[in-house]
Design a protein around this ligand. Structure first.
Ligand code: RI2
Length: 313
C-alpha cells in the first residue's frame, strides 16, 4: 500500500497539483500497486477497490481524480471477471491504466490544437493559476507563431501564477505577471480569458481555482471571451443526479503564517481553494471532443458516460 499512501499524501499536500496531473498520478499509483500485489483474484479486486477509494479522498473537488480511478476499476472488474490467471488480470490492469494515461496526453494535445483556433494573432490572453489544459491552448497558439501577449494572475494563496508565467516566458511567450486584484484593471485589454477546470457540472458551471468567478464577471463586463479548457474527464457525472461539487477548504497557513495567526487569534481565516463560475459567464468549453457552449455540455456528458451509467450514479 506504500505507493498508494505516498501518492495520497503527494496529492493532499499539493506536491502534485492540477486536476489532470492528480488524475494521472492516481492511475500510475494504482498500476504500480496492482502489478506488485501477490494475492488471489478475489483479494486482488478487493485491494484494488480499497486503494482506489482511498486515493479518491485525497482532494475533494477535482472530479478528474474519482473519474480516473473509476475508469480503471470499472473496466478492470468488467473485463477481469472472466479471467482466471493473475498474470492476465494484471495485463488488463496495465491496459486500462496505460490507456487512461495515453488518452489524457492525447486530450491535452487536441485541446491545444482545437482551442488555439479561437486565438488570433494580436490577441491578449489572461490566464489564472497553473492549468495544463489552458497552457496547452496558449502554447499551441504560440507555436503557430501567433503574436500573443499573456497576463498571468499571481493566484493567491499558493501563487501558481509564478509557475505559469515562468514556463511561458522560458518558451518565448510575451508574459506579464499581475496580482489577482489587478485583473479588472487590465481586463479591457484582454481578448480572451483562458482557464482550466477542476470540475464541470451538468449545467455547464465551471469549478476552478478560487478567483476564477471574479475573472468571469470582469470578463463579461469588458466583453472579453471566457474560454475554459478541460478534458472530458473533468465532467462530474454526479451533478447529473443533482449532487453538488464540494469545495475544498485548505489550511489557513496557506494564507497567513502561524506566527501571525497566533498573534491575531480573533481573526478567522477562510481559504476555499475553488469557486464556481455559472454557465452564463462561460462562452466556450474546449475539450478533446471539440468545442461546446456550457449549455451543450450535456451532449458530451452522454457521449462520455452513456445515459445508463449516469443514471446509476
Ligand atoms: P489542469 C488546478 O487545481 C487549478 O485550479 C487549475 O486551473 C485546474 O487544477 C486545472 O488544471 P489545483 O490542483 O488539469 O492547483 O488543466 O488546486 O492542469
Amino acid at each position: 500500500m506504500q505507493v498508494i499512501e505516498v501518492t495520497f499524501e503527494d496529492i493532499r499536500r499539493m506536491r502534485v497539483r492540477g486536476a489532470g496531473r492528480i488524475a494521472r498520478a492516481a492511475v500510475r499509483a494504482l498500476e504500480e500497486y496492482g502489478l506488485g500485489l501477490d494475492v488471489g483474484k478475489e483479494e486482488f479486486f478487493k485491494k484494488m477497490k480499497e486503494a482506489g477509494e482511498y486515493l479518491k479522498n485525497a482532494r475533494p473537488t477535482a472530479v478528474s481524480l474519482p473519474n480516473a480511478v473509476n475508469y480503471v476499476l470499472v473496466n478492470l472488474e468488467r473485463e477481469g471477471q472472466n479471467v482466471s490467471q493473475m498474470s492476465v488480470l494484471k495485463e488488463v490492469l496495465k491496459k486500462y491504466c496505460e490507456g487512461f494515461l495515453k488518452r489524457s496526453e492525447l486530450a491535452m494535445e487536441k485541446i491545444g490544437s482545437i482551442g488555439s483556433k479561437r486565438i488570433q494573432s494580436g490577441d491578449v490572453i489572461l490566464t489564472h493559476c497553473n492549468s495544463e489544459a489552458a497552457m496547452s491552448v496558449i502554447l499551441a497558439a504560440h507555436m503557430q507563431k501567433k503574436d500573443i501577449k499573456v497576463f498571468c494572475t499571481e493566484t493567491r494563496p499558493r501563487r501558481q501564477g509564478l509557475l505559469t508565467s515562468s514556463r511561458l516566458a522560458k518558451l518565448g511567450v510575451d508574459v506579464t505577471l499581475i496580482v489577482d486584484s489587478a485583473a479588472r484593471y487590465f481586463m479591457n485589454k484582454v481578448d480572451s480569458v483562458v482557464i482550466g477546470a477542476d470540475a464541470i457540472s451538468v449545467n455547464g458551471a465551471v469549478v476552478n481555482k478560487i478567483g476564477t468567478s471574479m475573472l468571469a464577471l470582469a470578463a463579461k463586463e469588458a466583453r472579453s471571451r471566457f474560454m475554459v479548457a478541460a478534458e472530458s474527464y473533468k465532467i462530474s457525472p454526479k451533478t447529473f443526479v443533482g449532487e453538488l461539487i464540494p469545495i475544498e477548504e485548505r489550511p489557513k497557513e496557506e494564507v497567513v503564517s502561524k506566527e501571525w495567526a497566533s498573534r491575531n487569534p480573533a481573526v478567522k481565516v477562510a481559504n476555499p481553494a475553488f469557486d464556481i463560475t455559472p454557465p452564463e459567464y462561460v462562452d466556450l468549453i474546449v475539450t478533446e471532443y471539440g468545442v461546446f457552449p456550457p449549455q451543450g455540455i450535456l451532449v458530451l456528458f452522454k457521449e462520455v458516460y452513456g445515459l445508463s451509467e449516469i443514471l446509476n450514479q
